[in-house]
Write a protein that binds this ligand. Sequence first.
Ligand SMILES: *[C@@H]1O[C@H](CO)[C@@H](O)[C@H](O)[C@H]1NC(C)=O
Ligand SMILES: *[C@@H]1O[C@H](CO)[C@@H](O)[C@H](O)[C@H]1NC(C)=O
Ligand SMILES: *[C@@H]1O[C@H](CO)[C@@H](O)[C@H](O)[C@H]1NC(C)=O
Ligand SMILES: *[C@@H]1O[C@H](CO)[C@@H](O)[C@H](O)[C@H]1NC(C)=O
Ligand SMILES: *[C@@H]1O[C@H](CO)[C@@H](O)[C@H](O)[C@H]1NC(C)=O
Ligand SMILES: *[C@@H]1O[C@H](CO)[C@@H](O)[C@H](O)[C@H]1NC(C)=O
Length: 619
Amino acid sequence: MRLFLIFTLIFTLSVQWESGNEMMKKVMNAIGEEGREQVINSLHESDLQKLMDCVESVCEMTDFTDLMEKMLNVLKEIPHGDKLIYKLMKELFKHGRLAELVNGLSEEYTLEIINILEAKDIGKLINMNIGQGDSSKSMSIGKKIIPIIKKAKGGKGVSKLISMFIGDGNVKESLNEGGEFAVMALPYHHPVPGGLRPGMAVYIQGSVPKDSNRFGVDFAFAKYQGPDIPFHFNPRFSWWNKVVLNSFESGRWRKEEKRKMPFRKGEHFKVIFMVTEAGYQILVNRKQFYVFRHRIPPQSVRFIKVFGDLELQSLNVTAEPMIGNMIMTSPEIYHLALPYDQTVLGGLHPGMSIYVNGTVPEESDSFSVDFACCQHKRADIPLHFNPRLFQETLVLNSYQSHRWGKEEKLQNPFQKGEHFEIIFIVNEAEYQILVNGNPFCNYSHRFPPQGVQLIRVDGDVDLQSLNVTGGPKMGNTIMTSPAIYHPPVPYTGDIPGGLGAERTITVRGSIPKNAKRFEINFMAGQEIPLHINLRMKPWRAVVRNSFLNGIWGKEERNLTFNPFQPGLYFKLSIHCDNHEFKFYANDQPFFNYTHRYVPIKHIRTMEIDGDVTLSYIKY
Ligand SMILES: *[C@@H]1O[C@H](CO)[C@@H](O)[C@H](O)[C@H]1NC(C)=O
Ligand SMILES: *[C@@H]1O[C@H](CO)[C@@H](O)[C@H](O)[C@H]1NC(C)=O
Ligand SMILES: *[C@@H]1O[C@H](CO)[C@@H](O)[C@H](O)[C@H]1NC(C)=O
Ligand SMILES: *[C@@H]1O[C@H](CO)[C@@H](O)[C@H](O)[C@H]1NC(C)=O
Ligand SMILES: *[C@@H]1O[C@H](CO)[C@@H](O)[C@H](O)[C@H]1NC(C)=O
Ligand SMILES: *[C@@H]1O[C@H](CO)[C@@H](O)[C@H](O)[C@H]1NC(C)=O
């Protein structure tokens, strides 16, 4: 009986569809839940289409959400159902029943619907229903729908949607509760009342939606169109894939400057516009991008306008983008400017450690901590520590004589958006590396750490601090004078107080590739109590002798090992007691030389000359 009734009903509906609105409404209300489900389940695609054509009647039904859900269940299953859902939604929204629908449907369902809709339509649809007086209604919709849209559409149109909601102050207030809505309405106008001056900077953070077409930042005279725009910054995606930079003067656009696209769809970004005397120096994701030379003085800028397809998270104008070597990378947060170089005076040696902390930015691809032998670009790098976030690996390697060695690859332990701490401990045999307090790995020395003169951090990282701690073990020797760094050769230095027992002299340096020889002389006036001749060519030797009373004595040449070779770094420690000089090379006993001259405290000068580069001397 029931089935028959339903069959008749469908028949009636399909026949009388055109004029059936009133009837439909009555029937739907009459047949009850179970019946409705069956009706809808038995409708054909074309019928559903018709049902939607007279959806007005559906909208007038009392428990319409329930019916909708059932219809949607059916539509989901049929071919082209999404198009029908789309139409249906449009209709429903048009009839002002969005609030009910959104509040009535489960979040999961709403998400599905939104995924079907085009962002621009969501905007339009919501716009039809929102902002018509009932702010509590639009608020409740907003609260529910925006996070869903954000999840669903990768952000596109979100800022537009939000701008619709936040037209109403109350709504904005409530939407911003709990910081849930970090996205700002567009177009956004940031007033710059006194204009921009060199030394100021503009910070913009946001995300590029996956389907962004273009967005822009205008440094303009006024909010409205017409007056001059001294600087127009306009990333264009699609086939352009360029950033266009221009100015608008006296009613027309001037000469375009174009640059390669540094932004990526679906990714977070930070742009810094540093206002300099010359122009706008632009950094994208803390990398130098371009300098747009001033065409119109920046002092005349009154508004910074952000518009187009982007999710704007913040815009800040600051007068102090840099404090010392710290650069403001985000609102109020200063980081060390990159590349950051920390000189390691005298090289690294066992017992020292390097502490690095900072944050990995959301948009980070890769960064590196390099232990280098000098500032030069092509300098040797005994340790290259390189987390690659884009491939979830961490690469360790060494670079010598313009060549990379064999990579050691490990799982990347760093997380985007998170703070980190790295500790490098210099051991005799290796660098022991800890990340966030946990042992991460050991990297065996391929080159002596003594050669490291510089630690450089570069890449996509917000570096907070880098500290080198520890130093040579002082033992109970007297170390009164400060160390001397990178002295030129020939070098002549005074030994404070003259040589004496319990004094250790440390010399660090490197031997150039084509070196032949160099010498070290310990002098007492005209006398040379100890002359050391370190020969690399034509053969290697370490010749020791004394030049006293105008004549050379007997040479000593015997050695058990000799680490002095072209291209290598060395550390030489000279310890002196009342009986002899004791020399240590790279912390190994090197040779002893019995005193031929006394009193040793008259030995007050050390001279170094020849083919050697000195990095550190300490008495
Ligand atoms: C930066 O801008 C955002 C909005 O653009 C604002 O909420 C925040 O307070 C600003 N921060 C500073 C330090 O000015
Ligand atoms: C790393 O080196 C340290 C010190 O030599 C040692 O205690 C530790 O076990 C080593 N760790 C690994 C993973 O080899
Ligand atoms: C980073 O290290 C510095 C010390 O060098 C410290 O003051 C700062 O608190 C550290 N940052 C964090 C977040 O631990
Ligand atoms: C650590 O390094 C940072 C920057 O490199 C510096 O500002 C700070 O003073 C250092 N802290 C110590 C304790 O050396
Ligand atoms: C070198 O010769 C001297 C004197 O002949 C001796 O005292 C010394 O122990 C020798 N040193 C080495 C390293 O063989
Ligand atoms: C130098 O003499 C000390 C003892 O005074 C000894 O321990 C050391 O091995 C000697 N060095 C060399 C290179 O013979």
